[in-house]
Design a protein around this ligand. Structure first.
Ligand SMILES: Cc1cc2nc3c(=O)[nH]c(=O)nc-3n(C[C@H](O)[C@H](O)[C@H](O)COP(=O)(O)OP(=O)(O)OC[C@H]3O[C@@H](n4cnc5c(N)ncnc54)[C@H](O)[C@@H]3O)c2cc1C
Length: 598
């Protein structure tokens, strides 16, 4: 290939390279840049366009600003919410750190909403209780109106600019530089200039966000294509628990944008076509604030029973007009705007049509609670670290969410583990002070990945957009809220045969400058690996747990299945293996599995 020559690849040396400028990547960058390290943040979009900006409802911390609260109760709710698949050491770490980190964000400049007494405003969110489920609903979610992610992301960006972090904006990470089992850097494509860059670093941190775009209807931005997980799969590393994909109960029907759980936290509730408040039947105590998997399944069952709304009887209604115009415009201004724009509904007067919509990737790159990427060998319980490689945020599976994430725990996770990663990497850097001499041809694989698309002729084969739509259709119809053996097996076969279409597919635009069609092609490759891993893990797991609900195996089976899935994708085969849950917390006693009732 004519393009292949070393002088066309710009080399950079940093102490650390972080892929991803969302809340996780930027919180970590801040920790390291303030400590004086030379930090590169590579992001395929302008940092403030990362999906964190879309987070609405808030971030959990047991501050107890309205009622008494305790991090240990928060931990209990999170373990229960995870349907006992969450790793309890990591959950303890996160819930303990939460109050301190919210206060730290406030000092860094996040404009949290306030109570009358000046303390940070906290609202009720799903699955939150006091006194280990005995003390009623907790109010634990710290909010900046319904634009909390926006507030956090912009604050993090400003602080990073001040700290001297080096941003490489609109750079697309192509592959990891792996040598001797460790990670030493990353190859990237400058989307704006159409040039190659090799970032060499002593530590590489993946903070690339979720993979909601494997589904057709999702609350996730178009950029949420799971690139970090795909880079790991490509490097022969496993990905964990991909069958657990959260469907948020209240995406706007047929289009997907999220209507935050904050609406129900403020007193909104769901209705079926008969005007019945049906959540009272499914979750007598928590009602509309049961955990997300429970509410999504309830809506799906109402629709199945013919009690859905609209011509096709395929959605529920979310009523909030009784909260009054003043409260809605003050506490939920973004929701008001989204409902108007995407559903044509003025929610101060009428209910919003909602449907379960793909929302959050519980699975991801396996890490321990220190954010080090780990692999497990079949038959062994021990976790082996991948030297120099770390993962945080939605891209990682740490696993604090297990089989189902509680609302408000993800903004928390990105801050807690962003910081934890910064601390761990500093220790790593003190022990690894020099860049490794890497293979001078290390850049080839990344360059080939792009040049292949630019060189292909467009005759025959499908277009990238068509293959993607096809993949999203398959995932939506075969791996949705309720799953069964036949439908999933059909889905696995369909996805496995579709992967061939990528080899045949081509792009029309062959230019190097700002070629968005090329970027979509690269993203499709990533999405396809994750879709294959998701399909294989889902079809394998013969029980119902959290977001993985099966008609044919309706019960949770702790004896056989209280374990994490690990998938590797190599060429034609997806291999699935398992590793134990880390059920032993750091200092407190473990919460043993029991029936989940809300
Ligand atoms: C609509 C919506 C509302 C939400 N509301 C809440 C909420 O109220 N509370 C809560 O706790 N959670 C919420 N969540 C979840 C939460 O916002 C996310 O899980 C979290 O913000 C993810 O942060 P992150 O830093 O891991 O990733 P992101 O913010 O998604 O950032 C990913 C970064 O990776 C970069 N990147 C990805 N691939 C590449 C590549 N190949 N090359 C270079 N860069 C790359 C992107 O450019 C981006 O900068 C919400 C999610 C959505 C979708």
């Amino acid at each position: 290939m004519a393009y292949l020559s070393t002088d066309k690849v710009e080399h950079h040396h940093h102490d650390v390279v972080i892929i991803g400028a969302g809340g996780a990547g930027m919180r970590c960058a801040l920790q390291l840049a303030e400590a004086g390290y030379r930090v590169a943040v590579v992001s395929k979009v302008l940092p403030t366009r990362s999906h964190t900006v879309a987070a609405q409802g808030g971030m959990n911390a047991a501050l107890g600003n309205l009622d008494s609260d305790h991090w240990h109760w928060h931990m209990y709710d999170t373990v229960k919410g995870s349907d006992y698949l969450g790793d309890q050491d990591a959950i303890e770490y996160m819930c303990r750190a939460a109050p301190q980190l919210v206060k730290e964000l406030e000092h860094q400049g996040v404009p949290f909403s306030r109570n009358d007494d000046g303390k940070i405003y906290q609202r009720a969110f799903g699955g939150q209780s006091r006194e280990f489920g005995e003390g009623g609903q907790a109010k634990r979610t710290c909010a900046a109106a319904d634009r909390t992610g926006h507030a956090i992301l912009h604050t993090m960006y400003q602080q990073n600019i001040k700290a001297g972090t080096h941003f490489y904006e609109e750079f697309f990470a192509l592959n990891l530089i792996m040598e001797d089992g460790g990670c030493h850097g990353v190859m990237a494509w400058d989307i704006g200039k159409g040039e190659y860059h090799l970032f060499q670093a002593k530590a590489v941190i993946l903070a690339t966000g979720g993979a909601g775009r494997i589904f057709k209807t999702t609350t996730n931005a178009h950029i949420c294509t799971g690139d970090g997980g795909a880079l790991c799969l490509d490097a022969g590393l496993p990905i964990e628990d991909m069958e657990f994909f959260q469907f948020h109960p209240t995406g706007i029907a047929h289009v997907g944008p999220l209507i935050s759980e904050a609406v129900r936290g403020e007193g909104g509730y769901l209705l079926n076509s008969e005007g019945e408040r049906f959540m009272e039947r499914y979750a007598p105590t928590a009602k509309d604030l049961a955990s997300r998997d429970v509410v999504s399944r309830a809506i799906a069952l109402e629709i199945r029973a013919g009690k859905g709304c609209g011509t096709n009887k395929d959605y529920a209604l979310l009523k909030l007009d009784h909260l009054g115009e003043e409260t809605i415009l003050k506490k939920l201004p973004n929701i008001h705007e989204l409902a108007l724009r995407f559903a044509g509904v003025d929610c101060t007067k009428e209910p919003i049509p909602v449907q379960p919509t793909a929302h959050y990737t519980m699975g991801g790159i396996p890490t321990n609670r220190h954010t080090e990427v780990v692999i497990n060998h079949e038959g062994s319980d021990g976790e082996e670290k991948v030297p120099g490689l770390f993962a945080i945020g939605e891209a990682a599976c740490t696993s604090v969410h297990g089989a189902n994430r509680l609302g408000g725990n993800s903004l928390l996770e990105i801050v807690v583990f962003g910081r934890a990663c910064g601390l761990k990497v500093m220790k790593w850097l003190s022990e690894h002070r020099y860049h490794k001499t890497i293979d001078p041809d290390a850049w080839h694989a990344g360059v080939n990945r792009v040049e292949r698309w630019l060189a292909k002729d467009n005759k025959g084969g499908e277009k990238v957009g068509d293959v993607r739509a096809n993949m999203q259709d398959i995932m939506q119809s075969h791996f949705s809220v309720y799953r069964t053996e036949d439908v999933m097996q059909e889905g696995v076969t369909a996805i496995e045969s579709l992967k061939e279409a990528i080899h045949q597919a081509s792009i029309d635009d062959k230019h190097r400058i700002f070629n968005t069609e090329l970027v979509e092609a690269l993203e499709l490759e990533n999405l396809m690996s994750l879709a294959r891993a998701t399909a294989a893990c889902a079809a394998n797991r013969k029980e119902s747990r959290g977001a993985h609900a099966r008609d044919d195996y309706p019960e949770r089976d702790d004896k056989q299945w209280m374990k994490h899935s690990l998938a590797t994708v190599q060429g034609d085969t997806v291999e699935v293996s398992y590793k134990p849950v880390r059920s032993t917390p750091m200092t407190v006693e473990s919460f043993p599995p029991k029936k989940r009732v809300y």
